[in-house]
Write a protein that binds this ligand. Structure first.
Ligand SMILES: *[C@@H]1O[C@H](CO)[C@@H](O)[C@H](O)[C@H]1NC(C)=O
Ligand SMILES: *[C@@H]1O[C@H](CO)[C@@H](O)[C@H](O)[C@H]1NC(C)=O
Ligand SMILES: *[C@@H]1O[C@H](CO)[C@@H](O)[C@H](O)[C@H]1NC(C)=O
Ligand SMILES: *[C@@H]1O[C@H](CO)[C@@H](O)[C@H](O)[C@H]1NC(C)=O
Ligand SMILES: *[C@@H]1O[C@H](CO)[C@@H](O)[C@H](O)[C@H]1NC(C)=O
Length: 179
């Protein structure tokens, strides 16, 4: 008798728990996971990657012509398309294998701000894309702006990579391939 009552209480408790959990199911943005260095992550400090735009399949390219312009370019095997990811303790730095310079921006972070390189490191936040977690988004820390291949992911080599407010376009998502 006691057992039955206890069992009933347990059932109703678990039903209540299930209800409570359902009521507070995390939203999609709660499920986003930020990339920290850890054994199971593809992106590790000190590894070298080519970084492919998911829409266009062009890669993040440092202009060999001026050593400063950053655009999307078709993959050519050059060191100017290779980036070492370095964990700063606060965020990620991207160092060019070709020149040792770091990906950054000039001016204020906002829609249309071009990526460029600088001699001092810039911290970035890398997040898994929430729709396809294989892919990543790269944010200016604590902002809503992330890397965006200009023109909704124009695949033409030389297309600028800028910052843009995050939205669902896959031209804002990037596939990292270890070199
Ligand atoms: C770009 O940097 C590389 C490596 O430092 C150097 O060999 C090359 O001459 C530079 N090119 C220009 C256009 O400054
Ligand atoms: C940036 O672009 C988004 C749309 O992609 C827009 O909603 C937002 O207002 C823009 N921000 C500014 C400051 O213009
Ligand atoms: C997720 O992205 C990866 C790499 O870009 C791609 O190979 C895969 O097909 C995508 N998965 C889905 C479900 O779209
Ligand atoms: C971003 O926000 C976190 C948590 O509030 C804070 O610890 C960190 O210093 C902020 N980073 C920047 C670059 O403002
Ligand atoms: C961004 O770069 C492109 C070329 O790569 C250039 O046409 C454009 O003027 C630049 N935008 C700004 C705001 O400097």
């Amino acid at each position: 008798m006691l057992f039955t009552k206890l069992a009933l209480q347990l059932i109703s408790l678990s039903a209540l728990t299930a209800f409570t959990l359902a009521a507070v199911l995390p939203t999609r943005s709660d499920l986003e996971s930020r990339v920290y260095p850890r054994a199971t992550e593809l992106i590790q400090s000190g590894l070298v990657f080519t970084i492919h735009n998911v829409k266009a399949d062009t890669v993040v390219d440092l202009s060999a012509g001026d050593n400063s312009t950053i655009t999307g370019w078709s993959l050519n095997g050059g060191k100017n398309q290779q980036w070492t990811t370095l964990w700063s303790g606060q965020g990620w730095n991207f160092q060019s294998v070709a020149t040792g310079l770091y990906l950054g921006i000039t001016g204020a972070a906002g829609n249309g701000t071009n990526l460029t390189v600088a001699s001092t490191p810039t911290d970035w936040d890398i997040w898994h894309d929430t729709v396809n977690e294989t892919n990543y988004r790269v944010f200016v820390p604590n902002t809503t702006v992330n890397w965006d291949l200009w023109g909704f992911g124009d695949a033409t080599s030389g297309d600028p990579i800028t910052l843009w407010r995050t939205w669902s376009g896959i031209h804002q998502t990037w596939r990292f391939v270890q070199v």
